[in-house]
Design a protein around this ligand. Structure first.
Ligand SMILES: NC(=O)C1=CN([C@@H]2O[C@H](COP(=O)(O)OP(=O)(O)OC[C@H]3O[C@@H](n4cnc5c(N)ncnc54)[C@H](OP(=O)(O)O)[C@@H]3O)[C@@H](O)[C@H]2O)C=CC1
Ligand SMILES: O=C(O)C1=N[C@H](C(=O)O)C[C@H](O)C1
Length: 278
């Protein structure tokens, strides 16, 4: 395959936990070309992205905070397929990153969570107007997609359900993007869950977790030693049905990330959720 046929990939958040995994996965993919590794972290500027990610050979791609310049550079290369920007940064910056990428005609593949419903709608409108594909994926692991599908099936038969999500304590946003999406998927059934049979009082505010779609509660645990875990617990008289997903290594997200990079340029609008592109 000539260099011209390779998909140019910009990794944003390249020095972070997910960014380093993505650098490794992109470097090993024969049809992808890592062209830029962006990160605002001052301590990693100019380091080789491959060495930082733990590869044995340097990739000759330095970590830089020059995001707009890199978007312009990739957009200006008319001999390559459309560029893709993979974003694993921070809830505070992701909205602007996605808008900038779309403005340059670069397709965003977004793993960063914490976008508000209003921000998601604005990005969807922006992508639609620009006729540009954009993938926003709260969870790239196939196990989570399967858990969510099983939960949707179970929700047809159970009227009571609560979600517990458990993450490492460096996570900025709560509840997790995955838990919010799971509640949305269950809520699409349009039936109210968890009708109270007593009047509840929270003696300490927040004791019953956060209230998402259709009365579904989400409880967020943050502890060192955890990576990413989720339980969906259904209850009915005389029985409990528990679905659980555990992440033991961030490599579990990479097949989904690579699939999204390859698919995003076929899209003309914003698509939310890995299940939509499987
Ligand atoms: N969709 C999915 O499947 C998954 C999603 N995630 C999500 O991805 C995001 C990142 O997670 P994780 O890798 O663990 O986080 P990290 O904090 O390990 O990495 C984020 C990196 O991005 C840098 N950064 C922050 N803001 C910007 C910005 N505006 N532009 C460029 N770089 C920036 C950070 O620098 P500094 O440290 O100096 O701030 C850091 O190096 C989170 O929202 C998380 O929830 C995580 C795992 C899976
Ligand atoms: O911050 C994380 O680690 C993760 N974030 C995503 C989320 O908020 O759902 C995906 C996964 O849970 C890991």
């Amino acid at each position: 395959m000539t260099n011209q046929a390779l998909i140019p990939v910009i990794v944003n958040g390249a020095a972070g936990k997910m960014g380093r995994e993505v650098i490794k996965a992109v470097a090993q993919a024969p049809d992808l070309n890592l062209v830029a590794a962006i990160d605002t972290s001052p301590e990693h500027q100019d380091q080789d992205a491959g060495e930082l990610a733990g590869l044995s050979e340097p990739l000759e791609v330095p970590i830089t905070n020059q995001f707009e310049a890199m978007l312009g550079y990739v957009a200006g290369d008319r001999n390559s397929p459309p560029g893709v920007m993979v974003d694993f940064t921070h809830p505070d910056g992701v909205y602007d990153n996605v808008r900038s990428a779309i403005a340059y005609g670069i397709r965003p593949v977004v793993g960063t969570t914490g976008l508000s419903p209003e921000q998601l709608q604005e990005l969807a409108d922006f992508a639609e107007k620009a006729s540009t594909g954009c993938l926003i994926i709260p969870n790239f692991s196939i196990g989570m997609v399967l858990l969510q599908q099983a939960a949707v099936t179970a929700s047809q038969y159970f009227d009571h359900v609560e979600i517990i999500e458990l993450h490492h304590n460096q996570k900025a946003d709560a509840p997790s993007g995955t838990a919010i999406q799971t509640a949305q998927l269950l809520g699409e059934l349009g039936k109210p869950f968890n009708t109270a049979i007593v009047e509840e009082t929270e003696k300490i505010p927040g004791a019953r977790g956060s209230l998402a779609e259709e009365g579904i509660r989400i409880h967020s645990i943050r502890l060192p030693g955890l990576i990413a875990h989720q339980e969906v617990i259904f209850g009915a008289p005389g029985q409990i049905y528990t679905l659980r997903h555990d992440t033991s290594d961030r490599s579990c997200y990479m097949p989904g990330v690579l699939l999204a990079i390859r698919k995003v340029s076929q899209l003309k609008s914003l698509v939310y959720g890995l299940e939509k592109i499987l």
